[in-house]
Design a protein around this ligand. Structure first.
Ligand SMILES: CC(=O)[C@@H](O)[C@H](O)COP(=O)(O)O
Ligand SMILES: NCC(=O)COP(=O)(O)O
Length: 237
């Protein structure tokens, strides 16, 4: 079964546009679960432009499904994750000023750093995932550094899908085979949508999890949150 983790960053973006608590980030997360989400993903960025540290603490005791926290492992992030103890932490190589994630880790150059950080989370019993491109060497070094899973950065797939979906998915299928041969779990995310998700899944049915936010929350404006989550789940079988 491939699990759908709903990324609720964009709900926090909307809330932060005004000073109050509308929409209620925790309430929306609980509704995502009620409507069939298998997990909730957040990516607290250092400037708290969407998810705030407080949201992460508020969410933890109330969620019934898997909680995945993504981010760059700066000391404050490591401290937050170790205190909150989510089911999974996903390490992303973003610098603070980035608009959004735009690349996987160079796991070879950052091997010692990743190894040290992964050790901390592994010792705390938190499942670890490392955001990577489809390059086999990057996946191999993520495994050597101690990751339980990798998350394939799917923006290149999403961008190339309209032109030639078979060519778009091929490097991801090859990478997914490498991941499987190394005994790692497999996640994927970034710009997955109702347009491109089912084809990705059909080609890589051993995917453990997809995390989806931007397109899913945008679709919910038209379809409503409950129907949207059901439609994304329908893409995963
Ligand atoms: C790690 C990743 O792929 C991102 O998609 C990210 O979690 C989204 O972050 P923003 O919502 O800040 O663009
Ligand atoms: N890890 C990817 C994620 O959480 C959501 O990415 P996107 O769907 O907002 O592009």
């Amino acid at each position: 079964m491939t699990r759908l983790s709903v990324n609720i960053n964009k709900i926090a973006t909307l809330r932060n546009a005004r000073g109050g608590n509308v929409p209620d980030v925790v309430g929306v997360a609980l509704d995502c679960e009620k409507f069939g989400a298998d997990g909730i993903t957040v990516h607290p960025r250092p400037d708290e432009r969407h998810i705030r540290r407080k949201d992460v603490y508020d969410l933890r005791p109330l969620l019934h499904t898997e909680f995945n926290i993504e981010g760059y492992p700066a000391p404050e992030f490591i401290d937050l994750v170790l205190k909150v103890k989510p089911h999974q932490v996903t390490l992303v190589p973003d610098s603070p000023e980035q608009i959004t994630s735009n690349a996987g880790w160079d796991t070879k150059s950052n091997f010692e750093f990743l190894n040290e950080v992964l050790d901390k989370f592994n010792n705390a019993g938190i499942r670890t995932s490392v955001f990577v491109s489809t390059e086999a060497e990057m996946i191999e070094y993520a495994a050597k550094a101690g990751a339980d899973r990798v998350e394939l950065y799917t923006e290149p797939y999403a961008k190339a899908y309209a032109q030639n979906r078979e060519a778009a998915v091929t490097p991801f299928v090859e990478a997914a085979k490498v991941v499987r041969s190394l005994g790692l779990g497999l996640n994927a995310g970034h710009d997955l949508s109702l347009i491109n998700l089912n084809y990705f899944y059909q080609n890589i049915p051993w995917l453990d999890e997809v995390s989806i936010g931007h397109a899913l929350i945008s679709d919910a404006l038209y379809l409503g949150l409950e129907r949207t989550i059901q439609e994304y789940k329908n893409c995963l079988h």
